[in-house]
Design a protein around this ligand. Structure first.
Ligand code: FAD
Length: 414
């Protein structure tokens, strides 16, 4: 079998793989990216957070993205019945980017990988990792099938697993762990948004809460298409009869705000259903490998944290590998695992408190408390490592406490 030698093998050319490979290349490290699809390819994950702009900027991938003309996202709107809560990223506690994009990922990921190739990184499309063996020193032999199904092997000092839902190393090395989050699923498609209103309303990214655990996303793109998707408990979504198109059509009737806009609009593809999407792993790294992005952990789409975690973990993982390859000591547990898990645990609290209803109590309470809103807005912008933000440091208590106070006040005034 053909053998190749690289310093770092990156599995997957999504945002995570592109960011880590771009960083490694900039440090003069020999890196190869293997990607099983041919781009452009569809993937879900269309609403970004400002924090990921820092990562694209740092590795030199931002300019290409900027030139494409994706729809700009300046905040997020949440609707529940007649109540509306809007976050504006320019009004947040933490300093940082106050906008980002909402993107069709087929286009977005293609721009990213094209930029990567322009930098001289070798990306092998149509090449699928089928087996990985890692010895006790962390040296790996990865078996890959090329676009013609012909296997070859790559020896690497490090593997970065950015394979997203492919979850290559969690599957092959038995690293999967059940998620602590409840079983939720999603069904989604794209439409040509023929009834899109003029102006700001037409471009606003919105989360329409139907009931505490059921919500609809509406993500308008700059190409006139819009992504629509429902999220809810798996049993609830499965209770709708018929094909996936029929299920989604019935679900759309539940939205008072959006029903008229999307009534009778053709779906651009048969809706996709992803069941029980939350994923977790026993460990985020091991000798000779690191998991980044979705192959490591996925919580929930409600706060659009997926891509941002994918790029945050990718950049950090790539920096630490660079240190190791340069002979410096790295404490992976502390410098990688603890850091990433800290951010994940903040978002995890927000996801749990969203579905418990407590966070929705805070979002939709009037009058708003501007300071609380600024602090929560930072979290929603992805700045979840800012220790000056009490809604970061006390994430596991503060939402519940404030919701409890609001409930007591509401009861008193009734
Ligand atoms: P991916 O983008 O999935 O890329 C992984 C790549 O690896 C793919 O191109 C794949 O072809 C390749 N690959 C897989 N297996 C192999 C193999 N064996 N060999 C070689 N290559 C391989 N995130 C957000 O930020 N915003 C959102 O609005 C959002 N909405 C979501 C909605 C739903 C319903 C779900 C389930 C997730 C959502 N996410 C969202 C999460 C988002 O999809 C992911 O977090 C994000 O795509 C992760 O990027 P990545 O680079 O880790 O993986």
């Amino acid at each position: 079998m053909n053998q190749r030698l690289v310093e770092v093998l990156v599995i997957g050319a999504g945002p995570s793989g592109c960011v880590s490979a771009a960083y490694l290349q900039s440090q003069g490290i020999k890196v190869q990216v293997v990607e099983k699809s041919i781009f452009p390819r569809f993937v879900i994950g269309e609403s970004l957070l400002p924090r990921c702009m820092d990562h694209f900027e740092e590795v030199g991938l931002l300019n290409g993205l900027d030139a494409f003309g994706f729809e700009k996202k300046f905040g997020a709107r949440f609707i529940k019945g007649d109540k509306i809560c809007e976050f504006d990223f320019s009004k947040k506690h933490t300093e940082g980017w106050d906008w980002t994009w909402q993107v069709p990922r087929a286009d977005f990921d293609k721009v990213l990988v094209d930029e990567l190739v322009k930098k001289g990184v070798e990306v092998s499309f149509g090449h699928e990792v089928v087996d990985v063996v890692i010895d006790e020193n962390g040296v790996s032999v990865t078996t890959i099938k090329d676009e013609n199904g012909v296997p070859y092997q790559v020896n690497a000092k490090y593997i970065i697993d950015s394979s997203g839902y492919g979850r290559v190393l969690p599957r092959l090395l038995d690293l999967d762990k059940p998620s602590a989050l409840p079983n939720h699923s999603s069904i989604f498609t794209h439409v040509v948004d023929v009834n899109r209103p003029e102006g700001r309303e037409g471009t606003l990214i919105t989360f329409d809460v139907i009931e505490t655990e059921v919500w609809l996303w509406v993500i308008p793109f700059s190409n006139g298409r819009t992504s629509i998707g429902y999220v809810g408990p798996t049993e609830f979504l499965e209770s709708f009869e018929g094909s996936k198109s029929e299920k989604l059509s019935q679900l759309l009737r539940l939205s008072d705000y959006y029903y008229e806009r999307f009534k009778g609009v053709d779906f651009l593809f048969e809706p996709v259903m992803i069941k029980n999407y939350s994923k977790s792993v026993k460990q985020l790294f091991g000798k000779g490998f690191v998991l980044t992005g979705n192959s490591a952990e996925f919580l929930d789409p409600v706060f659009s944290s997926g891509v941002t975690f994918a790029t945050e973990s990718a950049l950090l993982g790539a920096k630490l590998i660079t240190k190791v390859l340069n002979g410096q000591a790295v404490d992976w547990e502390k410098e990688y695992s603890d850091y990433i898990r800290e951010g994940v645990s903040v978002f995890s609290s927000y996801v749990k408190e969203w579905y418990s209803g407590n966070l929705q109590t805070l979002f939709f309470h009037q009058p708003e408390n501007p300071e609380v809103k600024r602090q929560i807005c930072s979290v929603l912008a992805g700045y979840v490592w800012d220790k000056t933000n009490p809604f970061v440091t006390k994430h596991n208590r503060l939402i519940r406490t404030v919701a409890h106070i609001i409930d007591l006040e509401t009861q008193k005034s009734e």
